[in-house]
Design a protein around this ligand. Structure first.
Ligand code: SF4
Length: 678
C-alpha cells in the first residue's frame, strides 16, 4: 500500500506552520516536513511534532451524548440535532433570540467560523464571539483605530530584514518557536533585539537590551520611550506629516513622561529606557512584535495603541523589516475574527452597529431581521448566563470553564443555563457542564482554510476520517441550521469559501484553487491579485488615508500587592502546552515534559516562605485558591510569581475585571499570597 502525503497546517499556534501527514491504510503513520513552506521551511516545534498524538487519542468523543442524571447516554445524530434544535428553539421562544449566545472556535476553519456566526445571526442573536476575546481583542480594537486594519502589518519572514526588533510581552522563543527562528536570522545579520517582559525567558536571552518591567506597566514604558524619541528629535517628521493625525496631542501627553518617571513606574532604569528608545527609533527598519503579555490587561487596548504610536512617530511601517506584529495564539484566531465571529463585527470587520452592515447582509444572505450589534462578548456571555439574560449557549471548540478568569464563577454560570450544547473533540470541563455534547473532528479529519497570524490564508486537506460517528464542525453546524429551516446547503468547505469570496472583501480573491502551499495573504481583492504581504505601504484605510496617533494615559493595574496578598501573580504559556490544554494535556510526549501546574517564585521570596524547589504550595487570591508545585527561578523578580494557564487551577485565581473597550480580562496582574502545604 502506498503512503500518501496530505498537506496540512499545525493545529496549535498562529504561526501556521505547514507539514504533511503521512497516511497509509487510512491511518496516520507520521509527519513529513514541508521544506518549501514560507514560514516554517520544514521546521516544527515540539507541539507541531506531537500534533498527531491527539488524532487517534482514546479519549476522543465518538458519539453524540445527552446528559442522563450524573452520566451520559450515547444517542444518534438524529436525536442529537433534534435536542439541539429544541434546546435553542425553546430559549428563543421563551425569552427571545437574544437569550441565545454562541461561542465560535479559533481552532476551527474559516468556513466553520463563518457558518457559526451566520447561524447565530440568522437565528436573530447578536451574541457570537470567539477566544480572541481572551487574547487579541485589544489588537482588533487598537489596531483598527490607529492603523485601520486588525492584523499583522508584515509577513513573518520579513522580520529577518529588520535591523531592530522590539519584542514586548511575548515569549516567542517558547510560544511561537518557529517565528523566533526569523528573529535569530535577523540577529545573525546584525539586528539589535530589545525585549520587554516581566520575566526573564528564553526570548529575553536573545536580547541585546532586556527591560524587565513590573507587570502592568507597559504604557509607562512605551510613553517613556515616545518621550525620549520626541525630545531627542529621533522621530520621522516627514512621515508623521504625510501619514498621520494626532501627533501634537501625543507630544503634549508624553511631555512630562520622562524616562525617570517611566523608570519609577516600571522598575526599569532610565538609562535602559533611553537606550531602547534610541535603538528602536534610529534603526533604518524596526519592527515591534507583541503578544498576550500586553493584550491580556485591563489596559490591553491602551498598550496596543501605545505600540502603534511608537511605530507611527518613527515611520516604521509600510516597508520591509518594519511593522507592528501581534503574534496570535491559536492557529485560526485571525480567521475567526476575519469571519465575523466577534460581538462587534459581521464578516470582514463590518461594524455590527452600522445599519449599512445589516442592509448588506440582509441582501447577501436573503434574510430579514438580522440583529444589530454589538452583541455580548465571550466574557459578558458568562455574566449574562449568571444573571439569566442568556438562557442557552452553543459552544464550539472552546473551554471557558478553564480558559476564562475566575473559573469557579464560570462553572456556576454554565450550570445556571437552561440549555448548553458543546461541540468538541474531547470531554472538556465545559462539555462536562453541557446538556448535549456533539463530537467534532480535529483539523486533520476535515478540510478548510486557516488564517495565520500574518494574515496568510492556507488550505488544510482532509487526511483521515473522524472516529466513530464524529463529524466535521461544518457538517454539524449545517445540520443544526437545517433543523431550523435555514438554507445551509454547503456540501463542502470550498462552497462556503465561495460565499466568503462574495461577502468578505479582504478574501474576495482567495479561492480554493489558489491556496496551494504558501497560501495567500489578505487583503486579496480579486482573483488575479497576488495578496498583500505588507500593509500601509501607501497610506491607511482611515479618514484622509492617515493613521491615528492616540495619546494613552498610564493607568495602574486594578489589583496591587498588599499586606494580605503580597505577591503579583502573572500568567502565561509554557513551551509544550497550548491554551487551556485540552489537547496538549492529552498528548503523551508533551505532558510527560510538563505534567503539573507549577508556580515560579524568586528564590529570595521562597526562602522567606520556607519553600524549596518542588514543594507543594497553595496560591490564593480574592477569587479562590489552587495547589501547585513551587519552581524556584531567578527569572521572576522578587514580589512577582508566574503560573502557566494550561492547567485547570490557574484561572481559579485570575480576575474578571476587563479592558473597558476590548473587554479582555486582566490575566496578567492579580494580587496573591502563597503558603507551603505540609
Ligand atoms: Fe505549530 Fe506554532 Fe509550533 Fe509552528 S510554532 S509547529 S504552528 S505550535
Amino acid at each position: 500500500m502506498t503512503k500518501v502525503l496530505v498537506p496540512t497546517i499545525c493545529p496549535y499556534c498562529g504561526a501556521g506552520c505547514g507539514f504533511f501527514i503521512a497516511v497509509e491504510k487510512e491511518r496516520a503513520v507520521g509527519i513529513e516536513y514541508m521544506l518549501d513552506h514560507p514560514v516554517s521551511e520544514g521546521a516544527l516545534c515540539s507541539k507541531g511534532n506531537a500534533a498527531l498524538e491527539i488524532v487517534g487519542h482514546q479519549e476522543r468523543l465518538t458519539s453524540p451524548l445527552k446528559r442522563r442524571g450524573d452520566g451520559w447516554a450515547k444517542i444518534s445524530w438524529e436525536e442529537a440535532i433534534g435536542l439541539a434544535a429544541k434546546g435553542l428553539g425553546d430559549a428563543k421562544k421563551r425569552r427571545g433570540p437574544a437569550s441565545i449566545a454562541f461561542l465560535a472556535s479559533s481552532k476551527c476553519t474559516n468556513e466553520e467560523n463563518y457558518l457559526i456566526e451566520k447561524l447565530a445571526r440568522l437565528l436573530g442573536s447578536p451574541h457570537v464571539d470567539n477566544c480572541a476575546r481572551l487574547c487579541h481583542a485589544p489588537s482588533v480594537v487598537g489596531l483598527n483605530r490607529t492603523l485601520g486594519a486588525a492584523g499583522m502589518t508584515n509577513p513573518i519572514p520579513d522580520v529577518a530584514s529588520s535591523r531592530c526588533i522590539f519584542i514586548i510581552g511575548s515569549n516567542l522563543a517558547e510560544n511561537h518557536p518557529v517565528i523566533s527562528r526569523w528573529v535569530h536570522r535577523a540577529k545573525d545579520a546584525g539586528a539589535l533585539v530589545i525585549v520587554a517582559d516581566p520575566r526573564e525567558t528564553h526570548t529575553s536571552w536573545m536580547a541585546d537590551i532586556f527591560l524587565q518591567l513590573a507587570p502592568g506597566t507597559d504604557v509607562a514604558l512605551l510613553n517613556g520611550m515616545a518621550h525620549v524619541i520626541i525630545r531627542e528629535g529621533l522621530l520621522d517628521g516627514e512621515y508623521i506629516a504625510r501619514n498621520t493625525k494626532g501627533f501634537e496631542v501625543l507630544a503634549e501627553s508624553v511631555r512630562d513622561f520622562t524616562p525617570e518617571k517611566a523608570a519609577e513606574i516600571t522598575g526599569v532604569t532610565a538609562d535602559e529606557i533611553v537606550r531602547a528608545a534610541r535603538a528602536y527609533a534610529s534603526s533604518p527598519a524596526s519592527s515591534i512584535l507583541y503578544s498576550m503579555g500586553i493584550t491580556q490587561h485591563t489596559t490591553g487596548t491602551d498598550n496596543v495603541q501605545a505600540v502603534s504610536n511608537l511605530a507611527l512617530i518613527c515611520g516604521h511601517l509600510g516597508r520591509s523589516g518594519t511593522g507592528v506584529m501581534p503574534l496570535r495564539g491559536q492557529n485560526n484566531v485571525q480567521g475567526a475574527c476575519d469571519m465575523g465571529a466577534l460581538a462587534e463585527f459581521y464578516p470582514g470587520y463590518r461594524k455590527a452597529s452600522d445599519p449599512e452592515t445589516i442592509k448588506y447582509f440582509s441582501s447577501a444572505w436573503e434574510a430579514d431581521g438580522l440583529p444589530t450589534g454589538p452583541g455580548l462578548t465571550a466574557t459578558e456571555m458568562i455574566e449574562a448566563a449568571t444573571s439569566g439574560d442568556v438562557g442557552a449557549m452553543y459552544i464550539v471548540g472552546e473551554d471557558p470553564a478553564n480558559s476564562d478568569p475566575s473559573s469557579r464563577r464560570v462553572r456556576k454560570a454554565l450550570d445556571a443555563l437552561d440549555f448548553l450544547v458543546v461541540q468538541d473533540v474531547f470531554m472538556t470541563a465545559t462539555a462536562q457542564a453541557a446538556d448535549l455534547v456533539l463530537p467534532g473532528a480535529v483539523w486533520a479529519e476535515k478540510e478548510g482554510s486557516f488564517t495565520n497570524t500574518e494574515r496568510r490564508v492556507q488550505w488544510s486537506s482532509k487526511a483521515l476520517d473522524p472516529p466513530g460517528s464524529a463529524l466535521s464542525d461544518r457538517e454539524i453546524i449545517c445540520r443544526v441550521a437545517l433543523s431550523f429551516g435555514l438554507d445551509f446547503d454547503y456540501p463542502d468547505a470550498a462552497s462556503v469559501l465561495a460565499e466568503i469570496n462574495r461577502t468578505v472583501p479582504q478574501y474576495a480573491g482567495i479561492t480554493r484553487d489558489r491556496l496551494e502551499t504558501g497560501g495567500l495573504i489578505w487583503p486579496c481583492p480579486s482573483h488575479d491579485h497576488p495578496g498583500t504581504p505588507i500593509l500601509h505601504s501607501s497610506g491607511f484605510k482611515l479618514a484622509e488615508g492617515r493613521a491615528a496617533i492616540v495619546p494613552v494615559p498610564y493607568r495602574p493595574a486594578v489589583e496591587v500587592a498588599n499586606e494580605d496578598y503580597p505577591f503579583v501573580l502573572t500568567t502565561g504559556r509554557a513551551a509544550v502546552h497550548h491554551n487551556a490544554g485540552s489537547m496538549t494535556r492529552r498528548s503523551p510526549s508533551l505532558v510527560s515534559r510538563e505534567p503539573d501546574l507549577y508556580v515560579e517564585i524568586n528564590p529570595t521570596d521562597a526562602a522567606k516562605l520556607k519553600v524549596v524547589d518542588g514543594d507543594p504550595v497553595t496560591v490564593t487570591t480574592l477569587r479562590g485558591e489552587t495547589e501547585a508545585h513551587a519552581r524556584l527561578s531567578v527569572g521572576v523578580k522578587e514580589g512577582v510569581v508566574f503560573m502557566p494557564f494550561h492547567f485547570p487551577g490557574t484561572n481559579v485565581l485570575t480576575q474578571e475585571t476587563t479592558d473597558p473597550e476590548a473587554r479582555i480580562p486582566e490575566f496578567k496582574v492579580s494580587a496573591c499570597r502563597i503558603s507551603r502545604r505540609d
